[in-house]
Design a protein around this ligand. Structure first.
Ligand SMILES: *Cc1c(COP(=O)(O)O)cnc(C)c1O
Length: 246
């Protein structure tokens, strides 16, 4: 039953994934970059564990979720399904959504990378829980480049100051920046948002050269090609791989 379920997703996802990989390669080529320098995070929110396992069988190893309460049981179930299939190379999970303070404890443990550290208060809390759990948690700082009110994230001005404190939090490790661009018809319109995140990263790297600034997590289904042209090292793609969410 479960296996046939996975097979259904395999048939649905395989051609979509091929197309996404092809588009990533073409965008990378336009920017004279290697596609290997771009990590595809398949955003599985709104899709079941069997869809994740299907994408895994097609070679995807990085998955993104935006709510810990949806992710926890899914991560657990995916492990079970992969074990049953004799797999031991478990996927890396990425937390990409806003973290409520009272759920911060659940954000430490399962995630290879938290993309959505969007305020000082949550950084302090995550640091405390990471310390309690004996972990060092890799993070990205989410920046609201577009300035849209509906978006989470540090403002570009705030983040420069916030880093001075976050850098002292012993159980968090900054790896770079993340942003979400506004929803627009033509992705060219959001090119300045992605270029802005890259410029900010370069600025932070010159102010804080002792820290790691490698990653730029930017680009989703609607705009990932422009993001890659502007330097994305991680793209977060859901719909183009898994289809529409329920
Ligand atoms: C849902 C989500 C994505 C993926 O969106 P798609 O348009 O389905 O590719 C990427 N990043 C974040 C933060 C998300 O919440």
């Amino acid at each position: 039953m479960t296996t046939s379920h996975v097979d259904t997703y395999l048939a649905r996802i395989a051609p979509r994934l091929d197309a996404v990989r092809e588009r990533i390669a073409l965008a990378a080529a336009r920017a004279h970059r290697s596609p290997q320098d771009i990590t595809l995070v398949a955003v599985s929110k709104g899709h079941p564990p069997e869809a994740v396992v299907a994408a895994y069988h097609l070679g995807v190893r990085d998955f993104g979720e935006n709510r810990v309460e949806e992710a926890d049981p899914k991560i657990h179930r995916v492990r079970e399904l992969l074990r049953e299939a004799g797999q031991t190379d478990f996927p890396r999970w990425h937390l990409i959504g806003h973290i409520q303070s009272r759920k911060a404890a659940r954000a430490i443990g399962p995630y290879a990378l938290i993309h959505s550290v969007d305020r000082l208060k949550i950084a302090r809390r995550l640091n405390r829980f990471a310390r309690d759990m004996g972990r060092v948690q890799p993070i990205l700082l989410e920046v609201n480049i577009s300035g849209e009110e509906s978006k989470f994230g540090f403002s570009p001005e705030e983040v420069v100051e916030a880093v001075a404190e976050i850098a002292t939090l012993e159980f968090l490790r900054i790896q770079g920046l993340m942003t979400m661009a506004p929803l627009v018809e033509d992705p060219e319109e959001v090119r300045p948002v992605f270029a802005g995140l890259r410029t900010l990263r370069d600025e932070l790297a010159s102010i804080y050269p002792e820290l790691q600034w490698h990653h730029l997590s930017m680009g989703m289904t609607q705009d990932f090609e422009v993001a890659i042209e502007e330097g994305a090292t991680i793209v977060r793609i859901g719909t183009a791989i898994f289809g529409p969410r329920e």
